[in-house]
Design a protein around this ligand. Structure first.
Ligand SMILES: Cc1cc2nc3c(=O)[nH]c(=O)nc-3n(C[C@H](O)[C@H](O)[C@H](O)COP(=O)(O)OP(=O)(O)OC[C@H]3O[C@@H](n4cnc5c(N)ncnc54)[C@H](O)[C@@H]3O)c2cc1C
Length: 342
């Protein structure tokens, strides 16, 4: 049975796994490895250390579906809506730019539930805290090394991490990337920002008429969202959770500062925007070094095939755009590249 490794349990990796399971014409042994401790990647949902039932989306907030992709990716939307993974966004987000015909969706159980839906569908073996460090060719197979544990061999490898992290991999892969491919991978750029999740005691009232708000007049804060209100899951037993996204200039300026210092600066600015908030019972500050793609790999739409026999392919939003449809497009291109091999 062919052994396939997908590196990255984000949206692209989980979708690749689900599509491979559905479309493969021969039995496959599918594994998904991620260096993080949980699934989601940039679609992560963090739990409060105080009450794990209180959660907050720290990366992607809502899914915007344009009329073009409503048609093109209809089966993906239909499936997620039918399973209750996505629901229409009904709470007001002030300052949101909405083009005519766009629909917005939220994931009531947190945005990472989209990824968990696909991982479950894939039936793959999922391993967390597996940071891939090297990829080498051994007897027409890929030998994949990780930070801890023995290397393992695979017939096909799919990489879905941000482009700079592909370029950090060592071993034979370094020499297999052509000059043109390297230039394209190097040309992929990302914005950087921080996200701060704040969890409050049950019963706390945050008295504002919106669920989310884009801020244009603050050097540090770009977006604030009362996450449980956005997801329409307000409850008297579980306290509200808030997420704050910083501006990109702030993210870049403080990229190498300590997370504690950054959290303090965000909290100080928050006091100017929402004065008098109570003390949160738990917090989670997340650095997004690779937040959203600002320049994709233009010459490799959807995927980049680094090696044919054995197959080594990379995908992700770096080859399309940073949103749900960008990841679906990439996963479909990866599937197309793998089609004759599975
Ligand atoms: C702050 C923020 C807000 C956003 N808002 C929205 C939004 O509202 N709507 C929307 O549609 N999109 C939004 N996005 C974009 C969206 O989240 C991304 O486009 C999407 O999640 C990318 O998925 P991916 O699977 O391609 O990459 P990722 O989610 O980055 O997944 C890659 C995975 O690879 C793992 N990895 C990396 N290196 C290694 C290694 N060496 N070994 C093993 N594992 C590794 C990482 O841990 C990660 O889990 C937002 C993103 C951010 C950061």
């Amino acid at each position: 049975m062919a052994r396939v490794l997908i590196v990255g349990a984000g949206l692209t990796g989980s979708l690749c796994a689900a599509l491979l399971r559905k479309e493969a014409s021969c039995p496959l042994h599918l594994s998904v490895w991620d260096k993080a401790g949980d699934s989601g990647g940039r679609m992560t949902t963090a739990s409060s250390a105080h009450n794990p039932q209180s959660t907050v989306d720290l990366g992607a907030q809502y899914i915007t579906c344009t009329p073009h992709f409503a048609k093109k990716h209809q089966s993906f939307y239909d499936e997620l809506l039918a399973h209750g993974v996505l629901k229409p966004l009904t709470s007001p987000i002030e300052g949101m730019v909405n083009k005519e015909g766009d629909c917005n969706f939220v994931a009531p159980q947190g945005v990472s539930s989209i990824i968990n839906h696909y991982l479950k569908e894939s039936g793959a073996d999922i391993y967390f805290r597996q940071c891939v460090t090297q990829i080498n060719l051994r007897n027409d197979k890929w030998e994949v090394s990780k930070e801890t544990g023995s290397p393992e061999q695979f017939d096909i490898v799919v990489l879905t991490m941000p482009a700079p992290q592909i370029l950090q991999l060592r071993g034979d892969i370094e020499n297999l990337i052509s000059e043109c491919q390297r230039q394209q991978l190097e040309s992929v750029s990302y914005s950087s920002r921080y996200a701060l999740g704040l969890f409050y005691e049950a019963g706390t009232k945050i008295d504002v008429p919106w669920a989310g708000q884009y801020i244009t007049s603050n050097p540090c804060i770009r977006f604030i969202c009362i996450d449980n209100k956005k997801r329409n899951i307000e409850s008297s037993e579980i306290g509200p959770s808030l997420v704050i996204h910083t501006t990109v200039p702030f993210g870049i300026t403080y990229l190498e500062h300590s997370i504690e210092d950054v959290q303090e600066l965000i909290l100080q600015q928050l006091e100017n925007i929402l004065p008098g908030l109570p003390q949160p019972v738990a917090t989670k500050c997340q650095k997004w070094r690779h937040s959203q793609v600002t320049n994709a790999a233009a010459n490799f739409p959807g995927q980049m095939t680094l090696h044919l026999k054995p197959l080594l392919v990379c995908g992700g939003d770096g080859f399309t755009q940073s949103n749900f449809d960008g990841c679906v497009t990439s996963a479909l291109c990866v599937l197309e590249a793998l089609k004759n091999h599975i």
